[in-house]
Ligand binder design. Structure first.
Ligand code: KG4
Ligand code: ZN
Length: 394
């Protein structure tokens, strides 16, 4: 089966063509990534210190059809189905009523968009920024109408979970993954501990009460004057500080680390960092431009966030007696988090699965993969009136 994945929930326009083959004896699935494109808008949003929804929508509209053309070029296969664009142009215009730029691009570049044997389209329908999600959804609906194939609505967080099994070439997913699995999902908008009981069967056992861990990284980076998104910059500075081995003059709180639940809270950490920075600035107005100062703040920030995430994840693995643990989402790119968690889990003989760095952020490969998992289990969930649900839960 060949699935076109579409992801537009935030500031990445991403498309992927993923082939899957199910072994009739074992039920295991082998996946081959045929073509994958991620167009990032991050630099455009940088000056706003976060993602600006109206601009995200505009950029997705502008980028999605040209990206599809690029994707098909990468795929490099000859097209062997005829499109019937002119016959369907009125309906397509209706579907894309609110995305006129997408319609324009589609009508101009239709030659490039004959269907290369795609069987279904998997598209993110939440959670995320609704104006951005709609671009992906309506593009998926238009292409599905054009090619007469089904659309599978995918939960973005479900995509992040399964990204831990994926890579950019080929990979396989056992039919009998070792359930239950604990998945720590950490991104700019989410911090969740999920009990994965089976394919398509998830229970959120804990989440953040306020800021997400990625948001904490980003907001603290901003206090230090670092560009958005700031997680990676904090992580680089923290690494230097750790390498120097100097004692850190600062200590920040580890909010809720010892509470007997799976809840998180990161807004107090951000406030504590702000107080510390304000106090130091009063003593020395140039302190923010001191590299050493930035490194110390970054290291203690990273240590605090990683300590909390690790403690709660270990508690969950222990309580639910799981043999496999997943970390995924943008923050799972954090090297310190990976190392600390891996070392702790190793002593418990628990396997840690993490996506390759190229798949930690938002991408359409994970959406195509989650779409296939869903289709395999529930072929009936293919629906026509897909809606964007900004706060969609697992
Ligand atoms: O999953 P993602 O790409 O987008 C959302 O769905 O939010 O996650 C983005 C988040 C940002 O907050 C970013 O700062 C954070 O992931 N991030 C990191 C690192 N790389 C990205 N946080 C800590 N360390 C990193 N190396
Ligand atoms: Zn994400």
């Amino acid at each position: 089966m060949r699935i076109l994945g579409i992801e537009t929930s935030c500031d990445e326009t991403s498309l992927c063509i993923l082939d899957s083959m199910i072994d009739p004896e074992t039920g295991n699935t082998t996946y081959i990534n045929r073509a994958h494109i991620i167009v990032s808008q991050a630099s455009l949003h940088e000056e706003y210190g976060g993602v600006f929804p109206a601009m995200a929508k505009r950029e997705h509209q502008k980028n999605i059809i040209p990206a599809l053309g690029e994707l098909f070029k990468k795929l490099g296969e000859t097209e062997n189905r005829q499109t019937v664009f002119s016959e369907k142009s009125n309906e397509l215009q209706n579907i894309l009523e609110r995305e006129p730029t997408v319609y324009e691009f589609l009508s101009q570049q239709i030659d490039a968009h004959n269907n290369p044997n795609i069987d279904a389209i998997a598209v993110t329908h939440g959670p995320g920024l609704e104006p951005a999600l709609w671009v992906g959804i309506n593009t998926a609906r238009a292409l599905a109408h054009l090619w007469d194939i089904p659309v599978i609505p995918v939960n973005h967080m479900e995509g992040h979970i399964w990204s831990a099994y994926a890579n950019e070439e080929s990979f396989s997913l056992p039919n009998t993954a070792e359930f239950p699995i604990i998945a720590l999902l950490v991104s700019g908008g989410h911090t969740e501990l999920v009990l994965v009981k089976d394919f398509c069967d998830y229970e959120i056992i804990g989440q953040t009460k306020d800021d997400a861990s990625g948001e904490a990284f980003d907001k603290i980076a901003r206090l230090l004057g670092l560009p958005y998104p700031g997680g990676v910059h904090i992580s680089q500075l923290a690494k230097i500080a750790r390498g120097n081995g100097q004692p850190n003059p600062f200590t920040f709180p580890r909010p809720m680390m010892h509470t007997p639940d799976f809840l998180f809270s990161f807004s107090g950490l951000k406030t504590a960092v702000r107080y510390t920075i304000d106090k130091e600035v009063i003593k020395d107005s140039n302190i923010l431009s001191s590299e050493i100062f930035q490194q110390h703040i970054a290291r203690e920030t990273e240590d605090a966030i990683v300590d909390v995430l690790t403690a709660k994840t270990i508690r969950a693995v222990d309580q639910y007696q799981t043999r496999t643990c997943i970390i995924a989402g943008g923050v799972s790119a954090n090297a310190h988090l990976r190392t600390v968690l891996k070392n702790k889990l190793e002593t418990m003989h628990v396997t840690l699965l993490v996506p390759p760095l190229s798949l930690t952020g938002d991408n359409a490969l994970m959406i195509a993969l989650a779409g296939h998992i869903q289709y395999k289990k529930h072929p009936d969930t293919v629906v026509d009136d897909i809606r964007a649900v900004g706060s969609l839960s697992l």
